[in-house]
Each structure stands twice: as structure tokens, then as C-alpha cells.
Design a protein around this ligand. Structure first.
Ligand SMILES: O=C(O)CCC(=O)C(=O)O
Ligand SMILES: [Fe+2]
Length: 253
């Protein structure tokens, strides 16, 4: 294991597998987030994937040791930034987006891609936060059906401080909600991909500690759900854990 600090713990990796996201609060130098906010405000059009060339300070976001530590923990030492990225602009007076998945849900155990969503400003409840639904990375629903859902009791609204990077499974159900605040809310969405199949845990793994926590996969629900869905997700969680640890062959068929 290289010496990148801030690896996730067993508990945090287990929580990511169960809930489908991990929130990093990165401490950038004073004025850093504000400078990015300012630069984004000066863009005359949305540059799509070229956002990184137009606002090169964004490299520093994803190079922050806490962000790198979390990405490596989930996707391995050779984690790669994907060429697709997008600056999501949520100006005042928007309406809420429909629930959707950015990925292609195949209910699979492999963790190959994550979203890393950076917020350059504090996101207060009125400023159009992103909302996530825990556990839905293992759920499949037709997009049209998903879009008819409104609020879920256990949804998580990302009211976060400037500098936060929310790392999520590619398939998690999410949406931007209405901005009733007085200014634009930005979210920079970057994708990261695994470079190779896991051979060993890339996080701060302590086998005995992990063994005492593994029961969480069968005892914990990410949200209220039917027993039938819980059975399916329990198996997928365990397979994901074993796959990430590089020992999928230990899994019972
Ligand atoms: O802006 C956000 O908070 C989420 C946007 C989003 O998920 C999308 O457009 O795919
Ligand atoms: Fe999305």
C-alpha cells in the first residue's frame, strides 16, 4: 500500500457499501472555494468536459489527500479520473429535478465507477441541494417510474459546507432540488474509475475489526424496504465487500 493518508476504515467502507455514498469534508486554503465560485460565475457558457481546462483549480479538489484517500480506498491505487465531467448549475428559481440514476443499474457487485460531487459554496436547504436516497444503488426501477416519486422519508439532503466532496456509487438515486435561494448553486460532478481488478483491500483494513463489523451487512437496512429486497441487497453487499477485498472466490455461490 502506498503512503496516501486518509484511507477509509473498514467501518466507512461497509457504510459506503450499505448506503452508497461517503461524504468528505475537505479543508482547502482560505478563499479557495470562493475563488472557484467566482471563476464559475464568469463563464459565459457551460464548457462541459472542458471545465477542468477552464477552471484548473479543480485539479486541487480531486488531489486533496482526503479525497484521494477515499477514492483509492474504494477504487484502488490506480484509480483514474474519467474524461466525462460536468458543472451542474442550479440558478435561483429552478424546480426540483426528477429522481434518476446516472449509471446503468445492473444490480451488480462490482464497484467500477463513482461520482465525486464537489460543492464550492455552502449549500443551505434553500439553495437547491442534491438529494440522495441511501441504498438505492442496488435498486432498479424504470426511469419513468422513478421520476414519479416525490420525497422519500429517509432521503438525505446534502446540506454541506463549501469544500465538501460527496462520493457516491454511480447508480445511486439522486436529484437536484429547487433553488429558492438568492444565488446560483454549483456542483462539479467528476467520475472516477477503477484501473484494475482489486487484489487486496486498498483501505485501512484490519481483519479482526472488520470481522466484528461484517454483521452490519445482514442486520442493517439503508432504508425501510421489503424483506425480499433486503435479501437481495444483503447478498450483493457481501459480494461487493469480498470483491473489493480481492477475494471474491471466497464467496459462496
Ligand atoms: O445538480 C445536482 O445536484 C444534481 C444534478 C444531476 O444529478 C444531474 O443533472 O444528473
Ligand atoms: Fe444525476
Amino acid at each position: 500500500m502506498s503512503d496516501t493518508p486518509y484511507r477509509l476504515t473498514d467501518d466507512e467502507v461497509i457504510t459506503f457499501i450499505i448506503r452508497g455514498y461517503h461524504v468528505v469534508e475537505a479543508d482547502f486554503p482560505a478563499g479557495f472555494n470562493e475563488a472557484i465560485y467566482e471563476e464559475l460565475g464568469q463563464l459565459t457558457e457551460n464548457p462541459g468536459n472542458a471545465i477542468l481546462d477552464r477552471v484548473p483549480k479543480l485539479y486541487q479538489v480531486y488531489d486533496h489527500p482526503k479525497v484521494r484517500g477515499a477514492l483509492i480506498s474504494l477504487l484502488g491505487e490506480d484509480v483514474q479520473m474519467h474524461s466525462h465531467r460536468h458543472c451542474h448549475v442550479n440558478p435561483p428559481d429552478t424546480r426540483s429535478q426528477a429522481w434518476h440514476q446516472d449509471g446503468v443499474n445492473q444490480r451488480r457487485h462490482q464497484l467500477s465507477t463513482v461520482l465525486a460531487m464537489y460543492y464550492p459554496q455552502d449549500v443551505t436547504p434553500d439553495l437547491g441541494p442534491t438529494v440522495l436516497m441511501p441504498g438505492t444503488h442496488f435498486r432498479n426501477a424504470p426511469t419513468d417510474r422513478m421520476a414519479t416519486y416525490a420525497n422519500f422519508r429517509e432521503q438525505v439532503v446534502l446540506n454541506v459546507r463549501a469544500g465538501t466532496v460527496a462520493i457516491t456509487h454511480y447508480d445511486i438515486w439522486h436529484a437536484a432540488i429547487a433553488n429558492h435561494g438568492g444565488r446560483t448553486r454549483y456542483m462539479l460532478k467528476f467520475l472516477f474509475r477503477r484501473g484494475s481488478e482489486p487484489q487486496a483491500p486498498a483501505w485501512d483494513h484490519a481483519p479482526e475489526r472488520a470481522a466484528a463489523l461484517i454483521h452490519r451487512f445482514s442486520s442493517e437496512k439503508a432504508c425501510a424496504c421489503s424483506q425480499s429486497d433486503h435479501y437481495k441487497e444483503r447478498a450483493l453487499r457481501m459480494e461487493m465487500w469480498n470483491h473489493l477485498a480481492g477475494r471474491l472466490n471466497d464467496v459462496n455461490p
